[in-house]
Ligand binder design. Structure first.
Ligand SMILES: *Cc1c(COP(=O)(O)O)cnc(C)c1O
Length: 482
């Protein structure tokens, strides 16, 4: 997607697609938005979509499909075993990653389940650049421990470092020396680190990680769910690859890793997932879990129609006009918010704009979940649904101690090809209003706290009466505007 310079001299992203199917949206009045937040226990995962104006919860399974994807869905070959659809998808993955074996799974976390079942034993240590919620839950469930070896600058909220997802290979060397390589079943690198602002790794760093792993006989696993954004950032931020094609960069990335897994709810604009490898032995070690947990080897729990859409979606991932739309909208959000003094993660990453609740609500302690409070407040102010990525998204230690997250973020995801620039500008405006009124917002406390993955379905309540005060201020400032 190009950026164009307007007559005013300012530069804006320009959508390189047109809308041909629409879904009507509703923007509820602020009082109704508060009612919806109360009914959902101050957890935006529990909101009903009919009450949401702009759904910026996630990019998972909600990216817009293209005409080519929809057309391909009609050609799906419906067979339990040996479907031609499976082989089309497998061939596309081989083209993209240069690896010949493909194990299908119904979504990304199902691939994580299989990968952990196959390799993680009690007492194992699994290093990564940064964890992802569902992957960590699987490792812990199997008695393993996750160690984050992100380079320390990755956790600096504001920065000009273009690759805050980079991994610290010296720290891996130290870990191997201390614990021994046989305790480390694999190292996991996540493209576009989800929980810390969609920040990419550089290809130079990935190659270094690969060399360090292989020197010690440790497998390198790549979580490629957010690869599209990372490809864009390597091309635009890593000088060596400025002239390389997206397809060549994808192949070079893939060549570093023994196993690649992905959520096709993100990569490929569809709904599904899977695991790819070039190593027959690894393939066989994981294979048995597919029919056991997912479905037969040629569909793995996915619908054949979705598999056709993913095949075309993967092809579109190599189209620079297509993969730049998300990052460019995000850059526009981050730069505009930053210029207005709203604390956001910089530089802009993939996946979404990340508002820093630790600074936005610096009067709320982490024990009162500032990111969750900000997330609810944004919904009340705008009807925009974001996602909490802070302490609420952590899990307590087995002894019940609360883990304070490294960062308290509200992610406003930008699903690919879904929103227009005027919708993005509306979201920016309401976050700016909330920032001007941030002292009104207070903390939250648990009403119902589940033990596992509590952020998905736990319920909270406001501490004090800030929610009513916020609605009153909105009315005072905006009159009867929505
Ligand atoms: C979304 C995501 C997953 C899990 O994928 P699902 O399809 O939602 O199960 C795993 N890793 C990363 C980096 C993700 O963003």
């Amino acid at each position: 997607m190009p950026k164009v310079t307007y007559f005013s001299g300012e530069t804006f992203p320009l959508e390189m697609h047109k809308v041909r199917i629409i879904q009507k949206l509703t923007l509820l009045p602020v009082e109704e938005r508060l009612r919806a937040v109360e009914e959902s226990g101050y957890n935006t995962f529990l909101l009903q979509n009919k009450d949401v104006f702009l759904d910026m919860l996630t990019d998972s399974g909600v990216n817009a499909m293209s005409d080519r994807q929809q057309a391909a869905m009609l050609l799906a070959d419906d067979a339990y075993a040996g479907s031609a659809t499976f082989y089309r998808l497998q061939d596309k993955l081989t083209e993209l990653f240069g690896k010949k074996y493909f194990l299908p799974a119904h979504q990304g976390r199902a691939a994580e389940h299989i990968l952990c079942k196959a390799y993680v034993k009690p007492g194992d240590i699994v290093p990564c650049n940064y964890h992802f919620t569902t992957w960590k839950a699987h490792v812990v469930e199997l008695g393993g421990r996750v160690v984050e070896l992100l380079k320390p600058e990755g956790l600096e909220v504001t920065s000009t470092n273009p690759f805050k997802g980079n991994f610290d290979t010296a720290a891996l060397e130290a870990l191997v020396a201390k614990e021994g390589a046989d305790k480390i079943p694999y190292v996991r690198m996540e493209a576009g680190t989800n929980l810390i602002g969609g920040q990419p790794f550089s290809l130079a760093n990935l190659k270094e990680v690969s060399a360090t792993c292989h020197k010690h006989g440790i497998k390198l696993v790549l979580d490629a769910s957010l690869l599209a954004d990372n490809l864009h950032f390597i091309k635009t931020r890593e000088a060596e690859y400025a002239d390389a094609s997206i397809a060549d960069i994808a192949l070079e990335i893939a060549a570093t890793s023994d196993i690649i897994y992905f959520s096709a709810r993100k990569l490929g604009f569809g709904r599904g997932g899977g695991i790819v490898t070039d190593d027959e032995e690894l393939y066989k070690q994981m294979r048995g879990f597919v029919p056991m947990y997912e479905g037969f080897l040629t569909y793995g729990g996915m619908s054949v129609r979705e598999m056709e859409a993913i095949t075309v979606g993967l092809d579109e991932t190599l189209d620079e006009d297509m993969i730049t739309q998300g990052p460019q909208f995000i850059e526009h959000m981050v730069k505009t918010l930053d210029a207005a003094g709203v604390p956001v993660i910089t530089p802009p990453g993939g996946l979404g704009a990340h508002v820093d609740a630790m600074r936005f609500l610096d009067h709320i302690p982490q024990s009162q979940y500032p990111a969750a409070a900000l997330n609810s407040a944004i919904f009340i102010a705008s009807g925009v649904r974001g996602m909490e990525r802070g302490t609420m998204s952590e899990q307590r230690e087995p002894d019940g101690t609360e883990i304070a997250a490294d960062m308290e973020l509200v992610r406003l995801a930008v699903p690919r090809r879904v929103f227009t620039l005027s919708q993005v500008n509306y979201a920016i405006d309401r976050v700016m209003w909330l920032h001007a009124n941030r002292r009104i917002v207070g903390g939250l406390t648990w009403v119902e706290e589940p033990e596992i993955l509590r952020f998905f379905y736990g319920r909270l309540a406001p501490i004090g009466d800030w929610h009513h005060e916020l609605v009153a201020k909105f009315r005072a400032d905006f009159g009867d505007s929505l």
